[in-house]
Design a protein around this ligand. Structure first.
Ligand code: C2E
Ligand code: CA
Ligand code: CA
Length: 723
């Protein structure tokens, strides 16, 4: 509607300008008289009213045929002064026309009403428009006449329009006042000039206080650009409303989402004078949309991304990787034996298992990487920046480790395993293939005997082979006698005497390299070789205990050797029997061998582990918790375990003399451990200051480089001899 009016007006405006231009042309000296006359007639004939062309002193140069409707004829009008023409009947219009002509002569347009005595066919109104040349100088005057009848019609039209406008304004007001939407008027720059009362309910704001402010002041920083853009667009565009979504601040500080339509309002000349906006609160709708999006891209049971989102992320990561040249890896993780759980314990337990698996896997996934559940018991991990298969292999090991401990389902400890397929972007030229390759590798892993991983890509096979070589060598290490035990003395802080040793394993390769446990224990744990290695360590520690007996006074307190147990060993049903037999065979007593387990090794299923530990304890073996403070650090479960010793992790000891927080934590651990009847051993003591603080805090025993590094047994023969 606005547009139609605007367009009509624009074209009328344009054609009038064209007319005035055409008339201005008439004074051109290049025109011959005939042409000038013809052009003048053509131009004037386009005017719907009686119209005349007058020169600057008021002489009529030409007129159109419509003057005849006023009862005049061309011949009596042309060439004579405007005010003496027969048009005016008995009225003398010179008083009115003189100033008008004068005005037009100096470049001003003007209009006057002439009292012709209410005769409808008499001209009552005259309008004069100066015709300007290219230097904007008046050269002629266009005089247009309106009769009373014309005038009445115009008045009627104006009245009707005014009424319609008033009604429209009323309707606008009514709509604005009662709508639940936020209806506003703005200056073209956006400043509020009217704000509907609904703003009270929507944003708890006073409409009067908002008038004069700018919407940007209420807008959320995130949507401010959209708002500014919409305001600019609306002022530029036609009559189509500009729609946009943005957030506005509620008085309580929260933000509400609005969908707003912004419509420009133009004046009769087509200039945007104001903007009208109407905004709907779509906060709830948006929340629904968002949750639908979440539903569409997430797995309901675990809340993890689903296959659709995974594919999207893989595609993105793939593209980024192509640009950066840094490979990405995909790990296809499929549970072993999941079907059995569903079949025997029911779907409820199956769902619980999946949720728990998702939890453990989530603990492994690094920020920026994606863990998705893409089907029943299938998960996929997408890793970027992993250095290809080498990094992915490390992740896979951690994943396998996460399944070491059984899951508690329907009150039962249940062992679950997983097979993992690895593929990297180096071996695939599109994202789909990358996923397929990982899937294929997963089947390979399953085939070659579950609970392991396989790598797809050819380039990466070499790394896999390297690993297999290491794995083979590690398997043979026990039989080949390549393992060594080193011992680190533990001192009693009251007496300063050695009360025991921690046995720490090393792997001596045939080339003479001594490999520290950090480099092969994880692989041993992942492959299960740790069970074998652990047995060797126990046997060797027992043998050493028997050997050291020879050096010391038979009446003195026994020297205890602490052996590290890994979580996987606790799952070995032969563990307790083996320990018992070995101790008997070595001819030592059970108080000469002690065992320590890390918190994290107990993490999976404390109940199942507690059973094994109970049996070891029943043999008379002292038990300790290792690296305390790095895992759960919960005293609650310490209660349930048959423990004698708590070893404070070296990271706390390291900060002891410098970091007040460490001292506070260590003090608390010592107090609580003592309250539970545990002996406290501090690990990793490197300085005298640390030792002093520990003594002060009433710590019982300590070990660390300050006293001695771990060394082969022969280093301690003499010391023990002297005891
Ligand atoms: P852990 O049980 O916490 O052993 C203590 C580690 O800290 C040892 O490293 C030891 O050499 C080191 N250490 C001792 N005092 C200090 C000190 O004052 N400063 C510093 N910076 N380090 C100190 P190691 O021998 O390399 O052993 C590393 C880990 O390997 C052990 O940590 C343990 O978790 C594992 N491990 C070693 N032997 C065995 C084993 O026979 N069986 C199992 N399952 N794990 C073992
Ligand atoms: Ca230890
Ligand atoms: Ca430790």
């Amino acid at each position: 509607m606005t547009e139609t009016v605007g367009t009509t007006h624009d074209s009328a405006e344009d054609s009038r300008a064209a007319l005035l231009d055409a008339l201005a042309e008439l004074v051109s000296p290049e025109l011959d008289d005939l042409t000038r006359e013809l052009q003048s007639r053509v131009a004037l004939s386009k005017i719907n009213y009686p119209a005349m062309l007058v020169d600057l002193d008021g002489t009529v140069l030409d007129c159109n045929d419509r003057v005849e409707s006023l009862g005049a004829d061309r011949a009596t009008i042309l060439g004579r002064p405007l005010w003496v023409s027969s048009l005016w009947g008995s009225v003398d219009p010179s008083a009115v026309l003189g100033p008008l002509v004068e005005g037009a002569t100096s470049g001003r347009a003007g209009a006057r009403t002439i009292d012709t005595g209410e005769q409808s066919q008499r001209p009552v109104r005259i309008e004069m428009t100066p015709i300007l040349d290219e230097y904007r100088q008046p050269v002629m005057i266009l005089a247009e006449l309106r009769t009373l009848a014309d005038e009445r019609e115009t008045v009627a039209i104006i009245e009707a329009t005014t009424r319609a406008l008033a009604e429209a304004e009323d309707i606008f007001q009514a709509v604005a006042e009662y709508t639940s939407d936020l209806v506003c008027l703005h200056q073209p720059d956006g400043t509020f000039t009217y704000v509907s009362p609904s703003i009270r309910r929507l944003l708890d704001l006073d409409p009067a206080a908002i008038v004069g402010t700018h919407p940007v002041d209420l807008s959320h920083a995130d949507t401010r650009d959209a708002l500014v853009q919409a305001l600019q667009d609306a002022a530029r565009r036609g009559a189509d409303p500009t729609r946009f979504r943005h957030r506005m601040r509620h008085r309580n500080g929260s933000y509400r989402w609005f969908e707003t339509a912004l419509t420009p309002i133009r004046d009769s000349a087509g200039v945007v004078t104001q903007l009208q906006s109407s905004g709907r609160d779509i906060t709830e709708q948006r929340e629904t949309e968002q949750s639908l999006i979440k539903q569409a891209f997430h797995d309901e049971l675990t809340g993890l991304p689903n296959k659709a989102l995974l594919i999207d992320r893989v595609e993105q990561a793939f593209a980024v990787s192509r640009r950066s040249g840094e490979p990405i890896a995909v790990l296809f993780i499929d549970l072993d034996g999941f079907k059995t759980i569903n079949d025997t314990l029911g779907h409820q337990a199956g769902d619980t298992a999946l949720s728990k698996v998702a939890e453990r896997l989530s603990a492994i996934v690094r920020p920026g990487d994606t863990l998705a559940r893409i089907g029943g018991d299938e998960f996929v991990m997408l890793c970027a920046g992993t250095d290809g298969a080498r990094g992915a292999t490390a992740v896979a090991r951690r994943i396998l480790g996460a399944f070491d401990q059984p899951f508690v389902l329907a009150g039962h400890p249940v062992a679950l395993g997983t097979s993992i397929g690895i593929a990297t972007s180096m071996g695939a030229d599109n994202p789909r293939l990358l996923l397929d390759n990982a899937d294929t590798a997963m089947y390979e892993a399953k085939h070659s005997g579950r609970g392991r991983f396989a790598i797809h890509d050819e380039i990466d096979q070499s790394i896999a082979l390297e690993r297999i070589d290491t794995e083979e060598a590690l398997r043979r290490a026990v039989d080949n006698g390549e393992l060594r035990l080193h011992y680190q003395p533990e001192l009693d802080l009251d007496t300063g005497t050695i009360v025991g040793f921690e046995a720490l394993v090393r792997w001596e390769r045939p080339d003479g390299r001594l490999i520290p446990p950090g480099e092969f224990i994880p692989l041993a744990e992942e492959t299960g070789i740790i069970v074998e290695i652990g047995k060797w360590v126990i046997a060797e520690a027992c043998r050493q205990a028997a050997a050291w007996r020879l050096f010391r006074d038979p009446d003195s307190e026994p020297v205890r050797i602490w052996v590290n147990l890994s979580g996987r060993q606790l799952g070995d049903p032969d563990l307790v029997g083996f320990v018992h037999r070995t101790i008997l065979e070595a001819g030592i007593t059970t108080d000469e061998i002690c065992m320590e387990i890390t918190e994290s090794a107990l993490m999976g299923d404390a109940d199942a582990a507690a059973l094994q530990l109970d049996e070891l304890r029943a043999l008379g073996i002292s038990l300790g918790i290792d690296d305390f403070g790095t895992g759960w650090s919960q005293f609650a479960y310490l209660h349930r375990l048959p423990l004698d010793v708590l070893k404070i992790d070296q990271s706390f000891v390291a900060g002891l003399a410098t970091d007040p927080d460490s001292a506070t934590i260590v003090a608390a651990i010592i107090d609580l451990a003592h309250a539970l009847g545990l002996i406290v051993i501090a690990e990793g003591v490197e300085t005298e200051e640390q030792l002093m603080v520990l003594k002060e805090l009433d710590c019982d025993q300590a070990l660390g480089f300050f006293f001695s590094k771990p060394r082969s047994s022969s280093h301690f023969d003499e010391i023990l001899d002297l005891r």
